[in-house]
Write a protein that binds this ligand. Structure first.
Ligand code: XMP
Length: 548
């Protein structure tokens, strides 16, 4: 999808510069602030809070207490982190957060931090406590565990141990290895957990988080996508005024939902540009034109640049060069389309002043560069090139405080079809990175057909919506086969199906043999030029999801 390529190249260059992103929403919704000390689970905490219908936002661990206070949070969560609180360069919060009069929940490192800050003692444990444990609640009045059983399965991951409680605190729960697995100072509403309530391995952890945000912080269930639509529309209208917005539509979830939301806010003053780069999947261009052009009646500028892209890709075999060629070409095509629009008359007389992007919350969270935090890693191939600033358009990013699952919910709420809202990710360079070697129109056609068989069968068997991605790869390998009475010498298709949370790591999906048999049978029979199918059983790491 072309816009995804554009998106991928643009997100690091056009990102908002503010440390605390200026989201007016911050003042509209009750919120919980999460201070990030570099845990790999910080975003999971934020998502869990939002699942309780409470808005949450992640800030750097050292955000000044004054800035936090201005946001008027109902509560603060201190995340875990890879450091030791007694290490010389341990990340420390602004100590004045403990004087804001706001409830605080410290998780793992967060607990050890506030315990040390408030006069307790943390030491290196004899052994690292890692994995499942059993928690026994010893204070049945502790509001964190209200309505939860007395014993709970929890997930631990820590090497340090709280050995002395600060004044005013008492233990609320214990595990085999810790008498301070949960601690509380009910008067100040400070709570701490040595384990991780946010992860799936703490099955009732959501209940603990719900108790913190509702019972302790007093938040209502105000964060819903239905409410969000109304408020986001107001925000968009205020930003855009009487002017016009251009959006690069790829047909992927993010740009599609952004388009539907913007259209609801400003109607005909939104123009979407859809670039066909010749590397799209079967039916892709038609679906986008049907859904957005005809059904939603959104102004859509369709640019068929497939010949232009395929010409530029002639003879290119190096994966990184392919990406660069496609990224560069996309920018050129998009620029031309914008220039054409600007030359024409905009609807309502306003100017084309804005460029809308489907930037999501994880892209604007400033990652905390603490050793051992995998969240701080950025994939290099998503960070290539750069959008020319000469486009001179201001950014509108109506999804920038949403997580992916919220964007999907919002899409459904806006009436987008499930086919679009629940679709799997598709890389910006499209089929080109699934054709190792040279990309030719014939190879694209073969792969397109094989891919559509994979998608069709995965949907029919119900697997498509359960997993992260499934697709076909056309290998540049020919092998001998027999079909009927004839000897063949044809290409190979690799089938890939992976499970993942965010694409950073992935596991191959154990598809049933019957389904694999059906896929291989159909591909070999129906795709001319293919006589062999293989199934990729590589996880990431050490492999990557795409083959290039
Ligand atoms: P890898 O292959 O790095 O892929 O394991 C991780 C996720 O990213 C997608 N991907 C891309 N997306 N531009 C994109 O917009 C790209 O160049 C690109 N390369 C990989 C991939 O489909 C998977 O979901």
């Amino acid at each position: 999808m072309p816009f995804a390529a554009f998106w991928a190249v643009s997100r690091f260059n056009f990102r908002s510069q503010n440390k605390i992103p200026p989201l007016t929403l911050a003042w509209m919704f009750e919120q919980i602030v999460i201070l990030d000390f570099g845990s790999q689970y910080t975003q999971v905490i934020a998502r869990r809070v939002r699942e309780c219908n409470v808005y949450s936002r992640i800030l750097r661990y050292d955000t000044p207490a004054r800035e936090i206070g201005k946001l008027n949070p109902r509560g603060i969560v201190l995340s875990g982190g890879p450091a030791s609180v007694y290490a010389p360069k341990a990340p420390m919060p602004d100590g004045r957060i403990f004087k804001l009069g706001v409830p605080i929940l410290g998780i793992c490192y967060g607990l050890q931090l506030f315990a040390q800050f408030l006069g307790g003692r943390v030491e290196k444990g004899h052994k690292r406590e890692y994995g499942k444990g059993t928690l026994r609640v010893t204070d049945s009045y502790c509001p964190l565990f209200a309505s939860l059983p007395e014993t709970l399965q929890v997930w631990n991951s820590h090497g340090d141990k709280l050995t002395t409680l600060p004044a005013g605190f008492k233990s609320a729960a214990i595990t085999e290895n810790s008498e301070y697995a949960a601690v509380e100072d009910r008067r100040r509403k400070f709570f701490g957990l040595q384990f991780h309530p946010e992860v799936a391995h703490t099955p009732l952890g959501r209940g603990i988080i719900a108790n913190f945000v509702h019972a302790i912080c007093g938040c209502g269930k105000t964060w819903t996508m239905r409410d969000y639509i109304g408020r986001a529309i107001g925000e968009i209208r205020e930003q855009v005024g009487e002017d016009n917005v251009i959006l690069g539509l790829s047909g992927g979830v993010d740009s599609s939902v952004a388009a539907a939301l913007l259209h609801r806010a400003i109607g005909g003053r939104l123009t979407c540009i859809f670039v066909n780069n010749g590397l799209l999947r079967a039916q892709e261009a038609d679906t986008v034109r049907e859904v957005f052009g005809r059904h939603f009646q959104i102004r859509l500028k369709y640019v068929d640049a497939s010949k232009r892209f395929l010409k530029k890709l002639r003879g290119v075999t190096d994966p990184e060069r392919k990406r660069k060629v496609i990224g560069r070409e996309f920018i050129a095509v998009f620029n031309d389309a914008v220039a054409e629009l600007k030359k024409g008359r905009a609807t309502g007389g306003g100017r084309y002043r804005f460029l809308a992007q489907g930037t999501l919350y994880p892209d604007v969270i400033e990652s905390v560069p603490i050793a051992g935090n995998p969240a701080a890693l950025i994939k290099s191939h998503h960070n290539v090139g750069g959008l020319p600033r000469k486009m001179k358009l201001e950014l509108v990013e109506p999804l920038k405080c949403l997580f992916k699952d919220e964007v999907r919910e919002l899409g459904l709420e806006l009436g987008l079809p499930r086919e679009i809202v629940l679709r799997q990710p598709f890389p910006g360079p499209g089929l080109a990175v699934r054709i190792p070697g040279e990309v030719t129109p014939q190879r694209c056609a073969m792969l397109r057909q094989a891919d559509s068989i994979v998608v069709e069968e995965m949907k029919a068997s119900g697997w498509y919506y359960k997993i992260w991605q499934n697709f076909a790869v056309l290998l540049p390998v020919r092998s001998v086969g027999v079909m009927g009475d004839e000897r063949t010498y044809d290409y190979t298709i690799a089938i890939r199906a992976v499970e993942s949370q965010d694409g950073m790591t992935a596991d191959w999906v154990r598809l049933p043999y019957e389904l694999l048999e059906k896929l291989a049978g159909r591909i070999i029979n129906e795709v001319k030029g293919v006589n062999r199918c293989v199934f990729d059983i590589t996880s990431k790491p050490p492999g990557t999801i795409e083959w290039e």
